[in-house]
Design a protein. Sequence first.
Length: 256
Amino acid sequence: MRTIGVSLKMYFSHDRTLRWCAEVAEIARRHPALRDGAAELFVLPSFTALSPVLERCRNSSVAVGAQDLFWEDAGAFTGEVSGSVLHEMGCRYVEVGHAERRRLFGEDDSTVAAKTAAALRNGLVPVLCLGEEQAHGVDDAVRTCRQQLDSALRTAREAGVLGPVTVAYEPQWAIGAAEPADPAFIGAVCGELREALAADPASAGSRVIYGGSAKPGLLSALGDSADGLFLGRFAHESAALERILDEVAELDGALS
């Protein structure tokens, strides 16, 4: 099974978000990749759209999640949203540790670890974003990502709240670029991250997907070297997302 995720960031208006999600839910209801279990799909809209998006995705195979959460479950934290509320609403995923959160809002490793633990203890699958800042060799990328992974899971391990995570390998130098990283490079890093997760029985069921200018055609180039894609602007047209689901179906022999 391939995991396909889409973060809408803050690109869409409220109305466009709802229209896009309705289109995607309709695609999901009829597409063989999702209908036959070759793929799973999640979408991460803005906080303000979560409730109506959950309603529009009801009775489809589209899972819904949030783009962030707070590390505490309740309290005097003005403007924040807790994992407990997200779970109560029906969210299944939540994004944690994106490079933009680190760069623009000063989130450090301890913040990412606290948010990862908050997601897991509230029954949410963290979409844990990892990636090196500069383009160097595979060994440097693996070393950085392994360190980030261990750091992000440390608080959850200490609290005994581990579970499956979806690791989104997003090299920061590829985010917003014209092209993604080289498929062989992506596959090498994702393979190392898969091994790291497989070594911990508490993380059974985890996935490693690639983001960073991911677009139609990349999944075919990657083959089985990654568990899926984490999409941004290249999925802003629902037809582009459908083409990626077509790729999944073709790779799994669901289309003739």
